[in-house]
Design a protein around this ligand. Sequence first.
Ligand code: PMP
Length: 292
Amino acid sequence: MALKIYLNGKFIDKDEAKISIFDHGFLYGDGVFEGIRSYDYLVFQLKGHINRLYKSAEGIELKIPMTKEEMEEVVISTLKINKLKDAYIRLIVTRGIGDLGLDPYKCEEPSVFIIADKISLYPGEFYEKGLRIIVAKTERNSNRALPPTIKSLNYLNNILAKIEATKSGVEEALMLNSEGYVCECTGDNIFMVKNKKLITPSIKAGALEGITRDTVIEIARSKGIEVEKKLLKLDELFEADESFLTGTAAEIIPVIEIDHHIIRDGKPGDITKEFISEFRKLTKVKGVRYAL
Ligand code: PMP
């Protein structure tokens, strides 16, 4: 059976699901999106993702033509119609069809589409052995230029850093902000552990407020682990006892080397492993259940 895509109120076969080349999502990256996971018939943190989508839309003055409850329902329907138990869900709202000018007010109606498909993750060995990353030369967009609270379709900044990673033969690149503070990776937030304390860049450094980041902070608090969100210097990160990345697709992935600086003994740390196992437990309970 062909994958069915939700597109503006209808379910359409993958090959038939098309949007206009005049859609400003395509012409200008004018739109917002979410990446969501379902685990064993549970859409992990669905409400958090939907809330962030509406906040992103509000940030660009885009009025999503359905309520949050309706959006939740169509996400679930997309999973059901495709008979998916474990999936990656991409939820996109674009400005819609306009003319060749930038003016978003000339666009008639936002387009909403949802793609739910099987997930593809980093190869398993990275979870066991840890990831090597580089520090990108490309700076993260300033939050005065494009607030990170807006998860927009405009990912060129991240793509430029991803190109650097690929050319260096690694999977991810760490981006710094214009003041040189650690921000985030191209598609993941970053954490470090030092003397059993968990440290992550504060959102004001210009990072996206990741849902996985929030979940990790919640796990830390429930285990009595101190959490500090701050403006973090690269030198301090290099001295970490442990480091890991967080994101919906990657979940929690250990980092063992940053720009040739080996993190402690170059092996995933015990606290990181504990977070991975606690996170797995939460993926079984924190979200909205569905049945086929
Ligand atoms: N930062 C960026 C730039 C991202 O694209 C993502 C993943 N969408 C994240 C962080 C992690 O966010 P989340 O945990 O909500 O997936």
